[in-house]
Design a protein around this ligand. Structure first.
Ligand code: FAD
Ligand code: SF4
Length: 531
């Protein structure tokens, strides 16, 4: 058995944990030990080679980024099995918008969902810090829609010829759209290159222009600021039955030996993401806590949140040149701020150039196989004109029964039941869904008309049972009867236990969530340093 005596123990090494550790290392002298179930994936120095192999053979550049037997079941769309140093953000696209101020006061403003225990303005400095730590390139949108205390740390990624054309189209449709904020270097920074527009953000950025958490871990480990213990799965937290304090975290190595590990710590931070944080609390039930730790309210695992989308491809009488940084897009927050009366619908809006309907093809309309110049001529003719992609994420209000439970039919190598996910919309959200999707579809049709274009195809979320940018399961609140952690992320039931980021969220807005998970985590780190 390996035994470790830690000061601050952080469980999980995802993006939230990385930036919290960076802040804690600057603001406390206490020792920080980080435990990660997986191992490190392809190091930065090898990414160009990994990309080359990926392109040549369709191989994954992120081999062995998971534990074969740690999986979720049920309606698990949105769940990713990646368990690795850096977590899911080793794979992310780097799209980093903020929520809108309305997200934090939905109940007060619109009479739906729940208010957060703090406001957008209180989160603003932590949003800024998250953007500065990872390096977000962004353009200030209209201030009323996109308020911020300070400018973006990096200038925006360029609105190139293609996006300028699409911006003109959006303007004609009455929509203000601007460069999407992204955690990608628009200028060289932190020893990493400027974005090379090579369009392999998924699955690998060879130049390091896109931020990923391994950069932070590498720097912290090299400076001896943290001890990072990889291939170690925490399987239980042990609480003192009288005081409720967490006295120990126990688990096993996930290497071939599977050796037992026991860690004592004065402060425990659960930063294991939206699935595994509630899962570990549920697994850690004991005689004094028969429903699991931090679960006096019965709220652990409940109120899983996320959003769905409506997506359309529109052909337009414009001249675009497909393939120039197709990963970069325009964004609008116009529909995230809506009138307080009327039926509830809020959504974001993104616009990309697309090659849909303009791809090269091996057979022509007559079905004849094409080679060489004939193939290229056919492609040139098809590539003329423009296809745009528009997508809106719309709010889904989380339900109390949108939840994670333990599924004893599926166990890992240690015999622990795996999580079962069941995403549910709150009934009022489910009732609005057909109308909401039709409203967004009608907007896309109006946009197509404003640009003298045609809707080529329209589709609603394919993830009918799950939701994107999943969060929740350990929601924040002032009332210990209806929430798991307080407004700083400290468990109501255990004085030295903190839950970080995604699981604590009250709702998941209608845009990509990771920047908010991290800002929320940095807010928790500020409270840990004060405690
Ligand atoms: C392909 C893809 C693209 C994406 N693109 C975007 C995007 O453009 N914008 C955006 O906002 N979001 C995006 N996301 C989502 C984003 O990656 C996640 O929201 C974010 O990474 C979550 O970070 P986290 O810190 O909450 O947790 P995680 O990344 O889930 O990290 C948790 C870590 O804890 C470890 N762990 C869990 N349990 C234990 C345990 N018991 N013991 C030890 N370790 C444990 C896990 O192995 C993992 O490394 C994308 C996701 C994917 C998969
Ligand atoms: S376009 Fe290329 S260089 Fe830029 S972030 Fe994506 S992968 Fe990295």
């Amino acid at each position: 058995m390996t035994t470790i005596d830690a000061d601050i123990l952080i469980i999980g090494s995802g993006i939230t944990a990385a930036l919290m550790a960076a802040r804690l290392a600057e603001t406390t002298t206490r020792g920080i030990t980080v435990v990660e179930a997986g191992r490190a994936t392809t190091p930065f120095a090898e990414r160009a080679r990994a990309r080359a192999r990926f392109m040549a053979y369709g191989e994954s550049p992120w081999k062995q980024d998971h534990l074969d037997d740690q999986n979720a079941f049920g309606t698990a769309w949105g769940f990713s099995p990646s368990m690795t140093v850096g977590g899911l953000a080793m794979h992310w696209g780097g799209v980093a918008p903020r929520y809108s101020p309305e997200d934090f006061t939905l109940r007060s403003l619109y009479g739906v969902g729940d208010d957060w225990p703090f406001t957008y303005d209180e989160l603003d400095p932590f949003y800024q810090e998250a953007e500065e730590r990872m390096g977000v390139s962004g353009e200030q949108g209209p201030v009323a829609l996109d308020p911020r205390g300070k400018p973006y740390p990096l200038p925006p990624l360029p609105v190139n010829h293609n996006l300028k054309q699409l911006q003109g189209w959006a303007t004609a449709a009455g929509i203000a759209a601007w460069s999407t904020p992204s955690a990608k270097n628009s200028v060289p920074r932190d020893g990493r290159a400027q974005c090379q527009r090579c369009d392999t953000c998924y699955p690998v950025c060879p130049s390091g222009a896109k931020y990923s958490p391994d950069f932070t871990w590498d720097a912290l480990v090299a400076a001896n600021k943290v001890t990072l213990l990889t291939e170690t799965l925490i399987r239980r937290l042990v609480a003192d039955p009288k005081t409720g304090a967490i006295v120990r975290a126990t688990g096993n190595r996930t290497d071939a030996g599977g050796e037992k590990v026991s860690i004592t710590a004065t402060t425990v931070v659960l930063a294991a993401g939206f699935t595994w944080s509630p899962h570990l609390l549920l697994l850690s039930r004991d005689a004094a806590h028969p429903d699991g730790l931090a679960n006096r309210s019965g709220m652990v695992g409940r109120y899983l949140a996320g959003h769905r989308n409506v997506n359309a491809y529109v052909t337009l009488p414009l001249e675009l040149f497909p393939g120039i940084n197709a990963q970069h897009s325009l964004v609008s927050k116009q529909f995230m701020r809506v009138p307080k009366s009327g039926r509830y619908l809020r959504h974001d809006l993104r616009l990309w150039e697309s090659d849909v309907g303009r791809e090269p093809r091996l057979r022509n309309d007559a079905g004849a196989v094409q080679f060489g110049d004939a193939l290229l001529d056919d492609w040139r003719a098809r590539a003329k004109g423009a296809t745009a992609r528009v997508r809106a994420y719309y709010d889904v209000l989380p339900d109390r029964d949108s939840r994670i439970t333990l599924d004893s039919a599926h166990t890992n190598r240690f015999g622990d039941p795996m999580p079962s996910l069941a995403f549910r919309d709150a009934p009022e959200s489910a009732a609005l869904r057909p109308w909401q999707e039709e409203q967004v579809a009608a907007l896309f049709r109006r946009m197509a008309k404003a640009g003298n274009g045609t809707v080529l195809k329209m589709e609603n979320s394919v993830n009918d049972l799950g939701q994107e940018h999943p969060a929740g399961g350990c929601r924040m609140g002032n009332d210990p009867a209806t929430s798991v952690v307080d407004k700083w992320g400290r468990a109501h039931d255990h004085e030295n236990l903190w839950v970080a980021g995604a699981p604590t969220q009250v709702s998941a807005s209608c845009c990509n969530g990771t920047l908010t998970f991290v800002a929320n985590g940095l807010r928790t780190a500020s409270a840990i340093a004060r405690a």
